[in-house]
Design a protein. Sequence first.
Length: 122
Amino acid sequence: MRRQSHPNDPGKSDEQRGRVKCLSHARVLLVMVDKPQSGELFGVPYNFERPSLKRLVSSYWEPGDGMLVEKPFGIGYTLNLANWRAWVVLVVAAAMLYLERRGGDEPFDEDAEDEPVEVVVD
């Protein structure tokens, strides 16, 4: 049985080591090219194809679909802006963000935290 040598073996020339490294890099690239650009993994969609403007617009505006649609690029789902429920989610998120940012100006009552609290256990 022939022993497979390592690319850094001292008995090899620099040219032979370079060929082995190039071949191993080529194998890695071939494996990467063979993988699908889009699909599902554990029920979650993914899409790593180069995004186009048409695909971006069509995936965020799909009138016949539900509130969530597959993302045009990346992993998971995004909001379908053709669905009224998605707009409700956006308005609620914007209102929560507004209230959070506005609420930071109110003074904090430090005395309320220093008072003892009575706990009754039956």
